[in-house]
Design a binder for this molecule. Sequence first.
Ligand SMILES: C[S@@+](CC[C@H](N)C(=O)[O-])C[C@H]1O[C@@H](n2cnc3c(N)ncnc32)[C@H](O)[C@@H]1O
Length: 311
Amino acid sequence: MLEEVLRTLQPKDGGVYVDGTFGAGGYTRAILEAADCTVYAIDRDPEAYARAISMAKDFPGKLIPLHGCFGSIAELLETQNVTKLDGIVLDIGVSSIQLSTPERGFSFQKDGPLDMRMSKAGPSAADVVNTTDEEELARIIFTYGEERASRQIAKRIVAARAVAPIVTTLQLADVIHSVLPMHGGLRSDTATKTFQALRIHVNDELGELEKALQAGEALLQPEGRLVIVSFHSLEDWRVKNFFKERAGALGNNSRHLPAAPTGPKPTFILEKTNGLKASPEEIGRNTRSRSAHLRYGIRTSAPAWAGGVHA
Ligand SMILES: C[S@@+](CC[C@H](N)C(=O)[O-])C[C@H]1O[C@@H](n2cnc3c(N)ncnc32)[C@H](O)[C@@H]1O
């Protein structure tokens, strides 16, 4: 979505931007090459942070790496005395580097420790799987994986861990496959939804997103741009409702998005209410981009609202 990100973020000379998800640095590099601007590059993954430090040598004084979560964007920027931004981009989810490194434990394509921690800190997926009670496990799998067999999977996990702790990705995948067997004709692995659910839970991905949306609203100056690329409907739903709410358009279908007659003034203008999808060419090059959904809003001069998404 690089082209679409640049088109909607519109980096300008002298601008101050945050790339909240540095990853391999593709977006950060492109922003810095598009304009003579400054980018604060955040990532919670210590390996991504190390890559940002290395890339910063190519952009002295213009690329400032910050290690931490984008939910804490205001606190991270405070350490740099930055309180106003011209743009923020978040390309949320895991990076292909994280996914393809078995030691990080995000994937069941190859065996690895059941880890899934982007920050490499806090409770791992193995901790969650081996210590959470059955009902809560089922809730996590249902809520964050939208997995209809969540109760059966949770039950089978609890039975399996009573025999031996589940510590690798393939061990967990085997337990899931014992409930939902794989057979030809399936479009994706039956373990996918449960792995997604654990990853979202372990990294508090939806809580992080919610915090970043509110912080972004407070940090952007008038005409600043908030650009979010998400990869699944749970995230996209939150981004969509946040923008609709802040544009004063919740509960009405007007394309012109007028403000509600009462209540706070809109803090964002939406140019494309349905957001943008990857081009057919990009999907041809990278099938993962098929699920990507970009939404963006342009900050008005109205004061930031208090509180989260009410939709
Ligand atoms: C999809 S990748 C970003 C790829 C990047 N746009 C690029 O061009 O390489 C997502 C990155 O965001 C990081 N990340 C995810 N959630 C985060 C959060 N809450 N705070 C900070 N970084 C986060 C991940 O560690 C990962 O490196």
